[in-house]
Design a protein around this ligand. Structure first.
Ligand code: FEO
Ligand code: CA
Ligand code: CA
Ligand code: CA
Length: 739
């Protein structure tokens, strides 16, 4: 989601509202832990196991592994070669000297040669054939020479799959801003506006071709298409056909329409795209009078933040056309006598991972329910190993939510690499979904969310009927097993050099309830922030951190792991209590969000920010890193300055962290234009071209129509409305990026 807690925002960001009222890691436990102090860390019964697993991790640091048939360079051999980019609040995109960034595809740009150029004045109504809004995650799928299928090494032409998370709340896509917007509005909205917003959400699939050193869109490609919040989707996996998914559109609970809030992503070893549904919960209309719901339904709505006095983020159910189920489907009230007569269950059809086959335009996208339903940020694959299960990592991006992983039942057979979506049926529809528990002693456990787990079947707060119920209500299931509340999990990734798994925890602050937030501290989420000793408020963990873990035996299907905190975000001039990683001018950052390991350059990590706390000094940014390995930095006592919520006593938490941030191994590569976030990155297979998304420049503008009130005019300049865009970055000497 955009906007961390900027004051001018139109809506409260749904991911900043905590709906986790479970007792997992309660504040009382936190206080007890704080009293335990140093004794709590690495003194538990599993400390010996932790130590031995750490040894394994260090061994991997200096090891080399096979990657795509080649011997990869050890991470320690990589050297960042570019000059760090300075922090900036200018309305421009800055890349290092010797690099060039070009806009490839911005909001509204045509996907077909017969579509007119985007006017960018709100008058274009055909987003079904244009790039959507709010570019987010994306992935490069190389194409074979024949131009009819996937080739992971294809450099000359490729399909780019781009997520479009939302439609700018300010209404830049409308001539005069949106009509009758707002979650409390009771007036109808012009259906034409709704249609445009629905079509600006979803995914773009577009062919790009190599032109000299860079790439251009091929507007004549038959593959160019949009998947939107209206596209028909199949429901697949254990929840398919569940009574909880029955709607007037699908009396058998086997399909739905649309994908929403496509934030981060994933991709499969068979060349399909995984797009993930994040903040879908805010889109549904529920009336205060929607009270005739079962206790379980109410518990589920509450846990997912679907209020009973909201018309939804964009009021899409309130079209001026009545009795049209294209709009009525956003109304999740119980209005009919049976679930086949209304859309009371429709919100259960969102929150999933959706598989799209970019190379087969005839295949209906599939919602893969085995991977669970939550504010699904992404779905990142571990390396596929023949004869082993496939493993995908996910985060639930909301305050105090959990980290998950999915382990397939089927073991990998490389002959399925050409299987397309049929391979998805084999690997993504059956398996075990786990939620993560990060113990204070530096170990961790994966807790299975299945009917075989007594903690699920004996859970007092919610009676799970079956596996479909567990997956539809994965948050409740993770509550039941005692998963660890985290500081808003965003992107994850697996280091191809040593198998370490990374995940950004972007921050943990609330825009709605002010900054006096009780953050449930634990060793894996060890800080809140107060400006100074004696500060009257806690601001929560405003700068975020990046956690990482190593699975036992470096086996991604393992059920235990060891973890540390790779980096803590902070301002360079913050006190050492806050700038725990020793960030410098060359690499200080706040609120990490996007994170991705290069495959062309194993060991090279990219970190992107979506920040609302360091905006006086810098716009959002992207950094390049050569990380070490879990366990390379030792233990650290984190001291949180006193605030009234903990009786004016400093609160200390022992944690484990990575090495101090040396500019040689972490430096700023890019700074975006004003009020944007940097999110989404992919690359050409030779590592010489990267693609980066700039989302919502100018989002804090105070008008959608008066250029003097825009905070950004990027990328078109002049008095133009700002637009999200994919940029292509190359090195002027034709070399590999970053090295
Ligand atoms: Fe859409 Fe979690 O950022
Ligand atoms: Ca974010
Ligand atoms: Ca975002
Ligand atoms: Ca994000």
């Amino acid at each position: 989601m955009s906007k961390n807690y900027a004051p001018k925002r139109r809506f409260v960001d749904p991911d900043e509202v905590s709906h986790n009222t479970s007792n997992n890691d309660s504040f009382e436990q936190v206080l007890n832990r704080a009293r335990m102090g140093r004794r709590g860390f690495l003194k538990g019964s599993s400390s010996l196991a932790a130590a031995s697993m750490l040894g394994t991790g260090l061994a991997f640091l200096v090891d080399t592994v096979k990657h795509d048939g080649q011997v990869a360079t050890a991470a320690t051999d990589l050297r960042l070669s570019f000059a760090p980019v300075a922090k900036s609040i200018a309305d421009t995109l800055t890349v290092p000297a010797g690099y060039t960034a070009r806009v490839l595809l911005a909001t509204g740009d045509p996907l077909k040669s017969n579509v007119t150029p985007y006017k960018n004045n709100g008058m274009d109504n055909d987003f079904e054939v244009r790039a959507g809004d709010h570019h987010d995650a994306m992935h490069y799928f190389g194409m074979n020479q024949a131009g009819n299928g996937w080739d992971a090494n294809g450099v000359d032409r490729a399909l780019l799959c781009i997520n479009h998370e939302v439609c700018e709340d300010l209404g830049f896509v409308h001539p005069n801003g949106p009509t009758n917007y707002g979650q409390e509005s009771t007036s109808s909205r012009p259906s034409m506006e709704i249609d445009k917003e629905v079509a600006a959400h979803g995914v773009t699939i577009v062919e790009i071709t190599k032109q000299g050193s860079t790439y251009q869109v091929n507007q004549n490609s038959r593959y160019n298409r949009r998947v939107t919040a209206l596209t028909e989707m199949e429901i697949s996996g254990p929840a398919k056909g569940s009574s909880m998914l029955v709607t007037a559109f699908s009396p058998t609970g086997e399909k739905t329409r649309g994908t929403l809030n496509n934030c981060a992503n994933g991709y499969t070893p068979w060349g399909t795209y995984l797009t993930c549904e994040e903040n879908w919960a805010g889109y549904f209309h529920r009336r205060e009078a929607d009270t005739a719901r079962t206790e379980k339904e109410v518990a589920s709505f509450k846990r997912y933040g679907i209020g009973n006095a909201t018309s939804g983020r964009y009021n899409w159910s309130m079209a001026d056309k009545t009795n049209t189920d294209v709009y009525r489907r956003w109304d999740t009230n119980k209005t009919g006598s049976t679930p086949t007569q209304d859309f009371r269950n429709v919100s259960n059809t969102f929150g999933w991972v959706v598989e799209i086959d970019p190379f087969n335009i005839d295949v209906t996208p599939k919602k893969r329910t085995a991977i669970g339903r939550f504010a699904h940020e992404g779905c990142w694959p571990a390396k596929a190993v023949a004869g082993q299960p496939l493993v995908f990592y996910s985060g639930d991006d909301s305050r105090n939510e959990y980290v998950y992983k999915f382990v397939s039942t089927a073991v990998w057979d490389s002959r399925d690499a050409t299987g397309g979506i049929a391979a998805g049926n084999k690997y993504l529809d059956a398996g075990i979904l786990y939620a993560a528990k990060f113990n204070d002693d530096g170990t961790g456990e994966w807790l299975p969310l299945t009917m075989n787990n007594p903690k699920i079947t004996s859970y007092a707060s919610y009676t799970f009927a079956d596996q479909a119920d567990i997956l539809i209500n994965a948050r409740l299931a993770a509550d039941a097993v005692g998963a660890t509340k985290m500081d808003r999990p965003e992107w994850g990734g697996v280091n191809p050099v040593n198998g370490d798994v990374y995940m950004t925890l972007t921050n943990n602050v609330s825009s709605s309830s002010g900054r006096g937030v009780r953050t449930p501290l634990n060793a894996a989420n060890p800080r809140y922030y107060a400006d100074a000793k004696g500060s009257t408020v806690s601001k929560g963990n405003v700068n975020g951190h990046i956690i990482r873990w190593k699975e036992a035996g470096n086996n991604h299907a393992a059920t235990t792991f060891v973890w540390d905190i790779y980096l803590f975000g902070a301002k360079v001039d913050a006190s050492p209590d806050i700038n725990l990683s020793g960030l410098t001018d060359e690499n200080d950052f706040s609120s990490p969000d996007g994170l991705w390991f290069s495959e062309a350059t194993p060991g090279l990590l990219w970190v992107q920010t979506d920040d609302g706390y360091y905006t006086d000094k810098t716009n959002c940014m992207m950094l390049a890193a050569i990380p070490g390995a879990v366990g390379d930095g030792g233990t650290k006592m984190v001291t949180n300055k006193s605030v009234p919520i903990n009786n004016n006593a400093d609160q200390t938490v022992m944690t484990r962290m990575g090495q101090q941030a040396n500019p040689a191994a972490l430096r700023r590569f890019l700074v975006g234009p004003r009020d944007c976030e940097i999110t989404g990155i992919t690359e050409s297979p030779d590592g010489k071209v990267i693609f980066v998304n700039i989302q919502h420049p100018g989002e804090n503008s105070e008008s959608a129509t008066d250029p003097s009130k825009f905070t950004s005019h990027w990328p078109d300049g002049g008095t133009s409305r700002p637009r999200s865009a994919t940029v292509v970055i190359t090195r002027n000497d034709g070399g590999k990026i970053a090295l």
